[in-house]
Design a protein around this ligand. Structure first.
Ligand code: ADP
Ligand code: MG
Length: 433
């Protein structure tokens, strides 16, 4: 078949050395098993890859009910200038604040506070400042690189008349870890499987050679691995991955992410289909213009085809026609398409599982007889919406850890954890405590 099955059998050993080789890995001590006992109304703004979410939550007690709104980012703003992007975000935030309503808690004359989840590599200088190292995913806004993203947001908010202080700048993995550990103290790893992919975990401070100066009181730190940028000759890179990388906005970067995440899986499948179309006649005599269009087949499309349970694979036929203008396919051909979706997705899920197991091993967990529970909180549209991806990830974890050892390991969806975690961390760093 197109991707050799043997390439799926792979584990990634994340050692100290590999962390150092992952450029941009950074450490933060924002969680440290905070008591999460803060109260009050807090906001979060989650800028991921495709959409951004604004969120508001009244903290106090375990039963919190965040309100949120999702806004998709117009593609032209992803490659325009920083002021336009932040202006657009701040205006959506202003609208969200405007309908706060009385039921949402009292501010008691306090300034509103916000946690900002910014899911791109940042050199973080404090809890409220960090400069953008580089864009990833579909973003490419040159004038923002090297700038402090909190200052940019703060300026844009002021222009929109939003009186709000950014109390914390975090990464989505750290947010997911925080939100996960709010509900379950056994959560020690936060993973993002959405448009992009990344992971953060709790590490003993004395196991971090990079760390200088005083160690945090809790003895723990959070490491944002930026695993999306992991690359190794042991990764199963195919000709399709190579071409996708070369033609991407960020060639030779984010290699692991390009094998795994939602932004790319649909396009890998498209590239395989294009090759098949050029070397066989199973799709008939088709015009390949659509098939040649980058990103025209999206991961939700391959998910829909992969989950097609109709006897004649009607959904596959519809998706091929709708997206690629391929019509009149035989059932056999549709089955081939489903198999390609399966191979690409299970490779992704298995690689993600391998990354998770690498971290579990790094922190000495997940061995047979290990009494400590280890829970991984996962957020992101790929994990949330793609059932077969999730199943494949779960079974790969058991396979890699072994039946017995895997009993001490659990995974959990942290729905909107990246945003909720930002509100929690903003509360923990409120100017009023
Ligand atoms: P972000 O990275 O922007 O925060 P999300 O966590 O919301 O994004 O994830 C969005 C990504 O999830 C999309 O880019 C897409 O790849 C994937 N996705 C969304 N819906 C589905 C679906 N139904 N099936 C599979 N993948 C999906
Ligand atoms: Mg996100």
């Amino acid at each position: 078949m197109v991707l050799p099955a043997s390439s799926l059998k792979i584990t990634i050993k994340l050692e100290e050395r590999s962390f150092n080789s992952i450029s941009n890995s950074n450490v933060a001590n924002y969680i440290q098993k905070a008591s999460w006992s803060e109260e009050g109304l807090f906001y979060a703004l989650d800028l991921g890859g495709t959409n951004f979410r604004v969120l508001r939550v009244q903290l106090g007690g375990k039963d919190i009910k965040p309100e949120s709104r999702e806004v998709s980012i117009p593609p032209h703003l992803m490659s325009g200038n920083a002021a336009e992007l932040f202006g657009f975000i701040a205006s959506a935030l202003a609208k969200f604040v405007a309908d706060e309503g009385r039921s949402n808690g009292v501010l008691n004359g306090r300034q509103r506070e916000l946690g900002f989840t910014f899911s791109f590599p940042v050199r973080q200088s404090s809890i409220t400042s960090g400069t953008l190292i580089k864009w990833t995913k579909a973003f490419s806004i040159d004038d923002a690189v090297g700038e402090d993203v909190v200052a940019e947001l703060q300026t844009a908010m002021e222009k929109q008349g939003v009186d709000m202080r950014v109390s914390a700048l975090i990464n989505d993995t750290v947010g997911t870890l925080a939100a996960g550990s709010y509900y379950d103290e056994d959560v020690v790893i936060g993973v993002i499987l959405g448009t992009g992919s990344n992971a953060a975990y709790v590490e003993k401070a004395n196991a971090i050679p990079k760390l200088e100066g005083e160690l945090p009181k809790s003895g723990n730190m959070v490491i944002n691995t930026e695993w999306g940028n992991f690359s190794s000759s042991c990764l199963p890179i195919t000709e399709y991955d190579q071409a996708l990388d070369e033609e991407s906005l960020n060639p030779r970067e984010q290699i692991f992410e390009k094998l795994i995440s939602g932004m790319y899986l649909g396009d890998i499948v498209r590239r395989v289909l294009l090759k098949i179309a050029s070397q066989s006649s199973i799709f008939g005599d088709i015009n390949r213009t659509k098939l040649k269009t980058h990103f025209i087949l999206r991961t939700p499309d391959i998910s829909a085809m992969h989950h097609d349970e109709t006897p004649d694979l009607r959904v596959v036929a519809e998706k091929l026609e709708e997206n690629l203008k391929i019509t009149g396919t035989s059932l056999e051909t549709r089955k081939v398409v489903v198999e390609i979706c399966d191979i690409v997705t299970s490779r992704s899920a298995r690689l993600a599982a391998a990354g998770i197991v690498g971290i579990i091993r790094k922190i000495g967990r997940g061995t047979a007889g290990n009494k400590e529970k280890t829970v991984i909180a996962i957020d992101g549209g790929l994990f949330k919406h793609y059932g077969k991806f999730r199943q494949s990830l779960e079974s790969a974890l058991v396979e890699l850890l072994g039946e017995e050892a895997s009993k001490s390991v659990g995974i959990k969806l942290a729905n909107d954890g990246s945003g909720l975690g930002a509100a929690l961390i903003a509360a923990a760093h409120s100017q009023y405590i």
